[in-house]
Design a protein around this ligand. Sequence first.
Ligand code: PEP
Ligand code: MG
Length: 537
Amino acid sequence: MKQGYGLPVFPGVAIGNAVVYRKAQRKTAVFSGDFAIEQAKFDDACKEAKEQLSKIYEKAKEELGEEQAAIVEVQMLMLDDLDYLESVASEIASGVAAATAALECGEMMAQVFANLDDEYMRGRAADIRDVSQRVANILCCTDGFSLPDGYFILVAEDLAPSETIQLPRERILAFVTQKGSSSSHTAILARTLNIPSLVQSDICLDEVSKCDVFAVDGFTGNWYIDPDEDTLSALKKKQAEVQVDKEALEVYRGKKSITKTGKEVLLCANIGCPKDAEAAVAGDAQGIGLMRSEFLYLGRDNLPTEEELFEAYKKVAEIMGDKPVVIRTLDIGADKQVSYMGLDKEENPALGLRGLRICLTREDIFRPQLRAIYRASAYGNLNIMFPMVASVWELQESKALCDEIRKELQSEGIPTKDVPIGVMIETPAAAVLAHELAKEAAFFSVGTNDLTQYTLAVDRQNAKLDKFYDPYHPAITALLSHIAKAANEAGIWAGICGELGADAKMTEKFLQMGYTELSMAPGRILETRKLICESEV
Ligand code: PEP
Ligand code: MG
C-alpha cells in the first residue's frame, strides 16, 4: 500500500480502477521520407477518426437528438469521399507530410463549399475543416487517451474545462489531480457530479498507472494505491455510512425549503449541459439557477450552430417543465478557452476579453445564442443572465439586442415567450452599482467565485493562492449584503450561484441578508434543504 494526500474539494469515498489522463504531446508534421509510410499513416488516422466520430455520434444522438447527430454522420462520410482521399494521396505522393496534406486538402474542399449559394451547404465548410483537423490531430499526437470499459477514478496532472467536457462523466467515480485550485472548474464539475475529488495531490502518475486498486477519501483528502485489507474495509465502511446519510435526506424530497419562521428559499441546481438537467431533477432542484452555457462551446473544434444550441436549451426547458431555468450567456475566456473563436492570446485572461465582453464585441457569436434561447423559451420557463457585467451600459446594450432578436423571431413567425433578463453579479463594480443595475434587471445572481477573485485580487486558478482566496472575507460579506439590499429595495429577487451557495456556514447568513434563491450542485440540494427546514432564522 502507498498513500498520500490532496486537498479535498468534494466529500465521499471511491474505490476502483485508476485511469491516468496525460495531455497529448503534439508532434510537428514532418514528411517521413517514404510515400508508402506516409500514406499508411494517413489511412490509419482516417480509420481512427471514423471510430472517434462514431462514438461522438452515439453520444450526440443520446444528448442532442438524431437530427443534430446527423452533422457528425456527414463528417464521417467525408472520410470516404473519393475527391478528398485522392487529393490527399496526390499531395503525399508529391512529398507533403500526411498531416499537412489532410489539412490542405480539407481547406480546399471547405473553400468550395464556402462559395456555394445554398446557405446550408456553405455551413458545411466548417464541418469539413473540423474533420480534416481531427485527422491532422491524430497524426500529430503521440499519446492518446484511451479509456477502459466500466467505472474508473480519473487521475491527472490537471484538467481544463475543455477536457472534462469530453469525459464520460457517468463512469467517473472520483477525480484526483496534481494541480488545480478548489474553485477551479474541475472542482466545480466534481461537485456537480457528486463525486469525491482531490486537487493539489502529491500523487505520482507513473505509480498510479500501475496499481490494481486505487481509493480516494474525499473527507480526509487521502488517496491509496493498493490499500491493505484494514484500510480497504475502513473505506468500505465509510462508503456505506455515506449511503445511509444520503438515504436519510430523502424525507426532504419534494418538500418546500422553508425555515421554522417561514422564510422560503428556492433551491436550484447549477448545470453545464442538458444531461445535467436530469441530475438536477434527480437531486430535487426547484429550478436551474445557473446553466453554464459555455460548456456547449467547449471540447469541440467549431462554433455550435443556432440549431444545436436551440436543441440543447429546448431539452433543458422541457426537462424542467414550468420550473425556472436561468441560462447564463457564453462565459468563454479565463480558464475556459476555445481555439476556434480566433481570440488573441492574452497576458491576463481573467481580466481580458471574457464573458459578456466577447458577446458585445462579437455579434456573430452572441446573436445565434440569443436566438436559440428565445426560440427555446416557448418550451419552458427560461431566463437569461449575463456574466461579467461591470457597467450599466453593458446590460442596456445586451437587453437591446435581446429585444431586437425577439422582434425578429416574431416577424419570422417563430413563437417566443417573455424571458426575464438578470445580471450575474461577479465583479466588484457590479456589486457596488447594484442599485443602478437593479433598475434594469429582473433578478441578480451572485457569482461568488469570481466576486471573490476580483474583490480580493486573488487568481482563483492559482493553487498557491488558496490560502488567500477567502470567500468569507469581510469585504465579500459587505458586498453580498449590499447586493441583497439593493435587490430587495428594487423588488427583484437575488440569489447565489457561486460555490458559496451550497456552503452550510453561509446558508443562514444568506437568508438574513434577504437572498431568496440558492443555486448549487444538484447533489447538495437535499442537505441544504434539511439545514433550512431546521433553521430558526
Ligand atoms: C462564479 O463566478 O461564481 C460563477 C458561478 O461562475 P463561474 O464559476 O462559472 O465563473
Ligand atoms: Mg464567474
